[in-house]
Write a protein that binds this ligand. Structure first.
Ligand code: DQA
Length: 138
């Protein structure tokens, strides 16, 4: 299977960014964990702080015939109609992941614009959530 993992804004800061909420693993650590877990599969990692770049990447994934997307849209989860529309248009099975349990946090994090166009959402299990998302797609 060909998988694409997309990390949204500020996730490049993992490891030092609010570790009490997001854990101590860096983005590199998480990507390595995912690679090991999905070792017999082709997997591409992408991180951007820019909404339009994430939209472009999802559009490109359709052309490249990616089989599944794992996305943590981070703050864009709660605001981005553009990322939602890109996921919906791609027709690629997509799993949304959040490190933290967004439903235990501020009310503005309770609404996901992207989850309704994903096959499912995994949140609150830290970095392990990405491995659960791989299993779900496989
Ligand atoms: C997050 C939750 C979002 O609300 C937040 O904006 C993030 C990270 C998570 O992984 O828990 O940046 O997506």
């Amino acid at each position: 299977m060909r998988l694409l993992v997309i990390h949204g804004p500020n996730l490049n800061l993992l490891g030092t960014r609010e570790p009490e909420i997001y854990g101590k693993a860096t983005l590199d650590d998480i990507n390595k964990m995912i690679s090991e877990h999905a070792k017999n599969h082709e997997i591409e990692f992408f991180q951007s702080n820019i909404e339009g770049e994430i939209v472009n990447k999802i559009q490109e994934a359709s052309q490249k015939k990616v089989d599944g997307i794992i996305i943590n849209p981070a703050a864009y989860t709660h605001t981005s109609v553009a990322i939602r529309d890109a996921i919906s248009a791609s027709k690629i099975k997509t799993v949304e992941v959040h490190l933290s349990n967004v439903y235990q946090r501020e009310e503005f994090r309770h609404k996901s614009l992207t989850a309704p166009v994903c096959v499912g959402q995994i949140c609150g299990f830290g970095a392990k959530g990405y491995l659960l998302a791989v299993d779900a797609l496989l």
